[in-house]
Write a protein of this length. Structure first.
Length: 285
């Protein structure tokens, strides 16, 4: 795997992970609070594709924007910047949660960017719910309270593995999240913590606050490429949006997974890799 620095809007410097491969290009987009390397357990099971994965702005090793809030249209800018820098021509896209919405926003901004998409529970709210910036919401409030530092990565791993929602993650996915999602401090803090999250809790909270501000749903009729919308077993949130998204998309397909929840790609990477491969074959037929 190689890494490349890509420049996006608002003085953002992106880190992009190039996993190589000689097959068709596939761009992977992660969820809020994560980073591009959490896709590694999925990607290594897709050797038939050339896979790229983004660290979005304010996530992983990418920088935060200057003079711009963490609006989701900025994540779409990141997607398009990577497509341009790598000279991707009609790549396929895989997105999870906010990453799925970012891919759709990129396609809406520049029609014809993608050949097809597989999106696991993209956060694209129907108009009655997309009511604007909402700082006071459960996800933002939870992010602000989240513990961000630990004595070591091993301590972080054990903490996450012991309680939901991270306790349901595949061990390899959890290890990828912790290994690449924390940075070592120059010196331990007063509590003995030596590592801290790269995605700062205040930035994660702002991303969630902007999740109800974009209007991607109203433009889904302009997305002409085939799109698989995958949903898990929950009856609320992004999973509940799935059928409506499929109905609004000109070429939408719905896949449901009763054994998975919102973190499906990180819960069962083997299954989701097989589903991605199968979906792209079906949509290509």
């Amino acid at each position: 795997m190689e890494q490349r620095t890509v420049h996006s809007t608002n003085d953002v410097t992106l880190t992009v992970h190039d996993f190589g491969g000689d097959g068709p290009d596939v761009l992977f987009a992660h969820a809020t609070g994560f980073h591009g390397l959490v896709w590694e357990p999925v990607i290594r099971r897709l050797p038939q594709f050339r896979c790229l994965s983004i660290d979005f702005r304010a996530h992983g090793d990418s920088s935060a924007p200057r003079n711009r809030p963490l609006e989701w249209e900025g994540f779409a800018d990141d997607v398009l910047a990577v497509c341009d820098d790598f000279n991707l021509t009609s790549p396929m896209a895989v997105g999870h949660s906010k990453g799925g919405a970012s891919v759709l926003l990129a396609e809406i901004a520049r029609p014809g960017t993608f050949k097809m998409m597989y999106l696991y529970e993209p956060v694209v709210m129907p108009p009655q719910m997309a009511i604007g910036y909402q700082s006071d919401n459960p996800l933002s409030n939870g992010a602000r309270k989240r513990r961000s530092s630990f004595p070591s990565k091993q301590d972080a791993m054990e903490n996450y593995a012991a309680k939901p929602p991270f306790s349901v993650l595949d061990p390899d996915a959890l290890a990828a999240y912790v290994d690449h999602g924390f940075v070592e401090l120059d010196a331990p803090d007063e509590n003995g913590n030596a590592v801290t999250l790269k995605c700062r809790p205040e930035n994660e909270a702002e991303v969630y606050a902007h999740g109800s501000a974009h209007q991607a749903f109203l433009a889904l009729g302009n997305v002409q490429c085939p799109v698989t919308i995958a949903i898990g077993n929950e009856t609320y949130g992004p999973a509940a949006f799935g059928p409506g998204l499929v109905e609004a998309l000109p070429h939408g397909f719905l896949r449901t997974y009763p054994d998975l929840a919102h973190f499906g790609p990180l819960e069962n990477p083997e299954k989701i890799a097989a589903e991605i491969s199968d979906a792209f074959v079906v949509m290509s037929a």
